[in-house]
Design a protein around this ligand. Sequence first.
Ligand code: CA
Length: 144
Amino acid sequence: MGVIVRYGIVARTTVAFALVAAGTAGGAAAAAAAVCPSGYACGWGDRYYKTSGSTAARVKAYECQYSLSFLNYEGTTRNADDDITSVYNNGNHSNATFFTGKWYSGASLKVVRQDGYVALNSSHPNMNDSISSFKFDSAAGNCT
Ligand SMILES: [Ca+2]
């Protein structure tokens, strides 16, 4: 009996290790899904889905944001225009596209559903600190 219990503990420890190891690759995406509400696309001012250290301090769109010039990260006085460094698409239906210009103009970056970029300064330097609007591809035309 004692041996069986002991074996169970060993087995659980092994499983826990495996989960931690598997989680390292998807960890950042999973964390973003938790802080970008379901159905929204989100942007943060810094790397790894944070703005000034806070995951809750983001800008988000249920359909679209045609201009970030008047929008601060939630709970902050930090303006999001030309400042976003990480993005996540937690939408339900389509890709999201982030643009360097207002009204969905300029250079663009497509982010597939349930995915994101943790560090645009590394992966897409042309988009880093340059995003001024974003929308879901499913949103119609000049979505406001
Ligand atoms: Ca930034």
